[in-house]
Every structure is written in structure tokens, then in C-alpha cells.
Design a protein around this ligand. Structure first.
Ligand code: UDP
Length: 258
């Protein structure tokens, strides 16, 4: 791993050069951050779980025709992805009021929204990822109008699909964040879904109890983060019933310094 060229290190993931041109290896860390990295910690086994959950979700999205950067999972913490030119916009889709929407507009958390909202944030840590309007995207040339149409269409499709996927396992999809990137084919650029879909970037509430099964457990010091991520993976059928063998193996390897 150390012999590979590192392209980028983010808060929760590292990108390495891939085996072929146009590919990268995405490594999932256990590190967790919140509030624009003012709060830092680790969630044991998170990287393994997010790798599996994101693989599962991106694979399913591929089968319904949503283009993604995912190629295949390589091992417990790594997946092979297509290299994209990241569009510097975080796309947030909301079905239920929570988080910054509740705070900004004074709407009680848990209020079902009468219609799904798509919001855009400018990806810039120094500025704290500010909320932006469509006008800003066009004005500053972060994406073309055509690309924004494709992004909005894909975000709606992903939301419809994920709402059903999670509802089937007793989970309410409150909100989530997506990132998109461009790939160039000859002189033509196409937008595809990038980054990851995991409990790090989604709000997932148990439908019966409203228990939070996502990164809010870390943000709000609720405890039980690792168990919550495991529960999501378990309900998606990604962990063998009644055991955490994948995580045990990972811990064993980490202790041996692998
Ligand atoms: N989100 C994210 N990364 C960010 C900001 C938000 O993954 O940098 C996700 C977050 O997990 C939630 C949704 O986007 O599922 C909406 O987040 P919100 O705007 O409410 O911000 P927060 O209260 O989480 O800071």
C-alpha cells in the first residue's frame, strides 16, 4: 500500500493511483470528522462497513442505469473506481427536516417535507461548504446548465431508489449528500455519480423507534456509532447474521499492522 502513489487524502478516504490510466483506488479510513473537521475521532470498523455499503448501493444504482465511478471492490477497505474531475458541489437531498435545514429555518427535526428538496453547497473547506443557489453555479462556471439538469435528474432517481431500498429494511432516509464528477470521452464530458453513499453522508432513522443509524451518533455524542453502521450493513444483508466476522478479521489485521 505504501508503495502506491497517493493522489489525495480526505477526511474519511484516501485516493491512490489505480492499476490502469483513468482508474483510482479509494481507501476507506475509520476516521470521522464533523462540523467542518472541528470535531475529530475514529469509529472502529467504519471504513470496512462503508466500503461494503457503498459497493452495494453503487452496484444497485448501476443496475437501474445510474452511471457511477464504482468499478469493483478490491478488499476490505479498498475499491477500484474511475477517475473523475470532481464537480465542486455537494448535492443534498432531503425528505425529512433535520440538521442544517432545521437549524437555518427553524423547522422541527423529523418534520416530513411536503416535497423533496435538493440543495447545493459549494465544496470549500476554508469557507465551510456554504449553501449556494443555482445562479452561483452558472455564474462561477462550476458546472454547465446541462450538467446541472443531469445532476438534478440523477439525484431524484437515486433518492427514489434509496427511499425504497431503506424502507424495505425499516429505515427512513431522512437526507443524504451526493457528489458528482466528469469523465471525458473524446471531447465529450459526461457526469457520473462519485464519492460514496454510506451512513457517513446519510441520515438514516429506524422507522419504528426513530433511532439514528448514521454519523449523527458521532456528531451529537450519542455513542454506539460502530454498532449503528453495523446495523445498517446487517439489514442490507452485508454481514452474516449474528456475527461480525468481517470486522473481526479487519481488527485482527490492523493489530498485526497490515
Ligand atoms: N453531509 C455530508 N457532508 C457534508 C455536509 C452534509 O455528508 O459536508 C450530509 C449529512 O450527513 C446529512 C446531509 O448531508 O445526511 C445534510 O446535512 P446538513 O446540511 O443537515 O448538515 P449537518 O447538519 O450534517 O452539518
Amino acid at each position: 500500500m505504501s508503495r502506491r502513489r497517493q493522489i489525495y487524502e480526505g477526511k474519511a478516504k484516501i485516493l491512490y493511483e489505480g492499476p490502469e490510466p483513468g482508474t483510482l483506488i479509494q481507501y476507506f479510513k475509520d476516521d470521522a470528522t464533523a462540523f467542518n473537521a472541528q470535531k475529530k475521532g475514529t469509529i472502529s470498523g467504519k471504513g470496512v462497513l462503508n466500503n461494503r455499503i457503498s459497493e452495494h448501493v453503487f452496484t444497485l444504482l448501476g443496475t437501474i442505469g445510474v452511471p457511477t465511478h464504482f468499478i469493483r471492490r478490491l478488499n476490505m477497505r479498498e475499491q477500484l473506481i474511475r477517475q473523475v474531475e470532481i464537480i465542486p458541489i455537494e448535492v443534498v437531498v432531503r425528505n425529512v427536516a433535520a440538521g442544517s435545514l432545521s437549524k437555518r429555518l427553524g423547522i422541527e427535526e423529523g418534520t416530513q417535507l411536503p416535497r423533496t428538496i435538493i440543495e447545493y453547497y459549494y465544496k470549500d473547506d476554508a469557507l465551510g461548504d456554504p449553501l449556494i443557489a443555482d445562479e452561483h453555479i452558472a455564474c462561477f462556471g462550476w458546472a454547465s446548465q446541462e450538467e446541472m439538469n443531469d445532476i438534478a435528474d440523477m439525484a431524484v432517481r437515486v433518492n427514489d431508489f434509496l427511499c425504497g431500498l431503506f424502507a424495505a429494511i425499516g429505515i427512513r432516509l431522512v437526507d443524504f449528500k451526493l457528489e458528482f464528477g466528469r469523465i471525458w470521452e473524446n471531447d465529450y464530458a459526461r457526469v457520473i455519480l462519485a464519492d460514496e453513499i454510506s451512513p457517513d453522508g446519510c441520515r438514516l432513522w429506524d422507522m419504528q423507534t426513530n433511532e439514528k443509524l448514521d454519523k449523527d451518533r458521532f456528531r451529537r455524542d450519542l455513542g454506539g456509532e460502530a454498532e449503528a453502521y453495523q446495523e445498517v450493513a446487517r439489514r442490507l444483508g452485508l454481514l452474516p447474521e449474528g456475527e461480525n466476522s468481517v470486522l473481526d478479521l479487519d481488527q485482527h489485521r490492523q493489530k498485526r499492522g497490515k
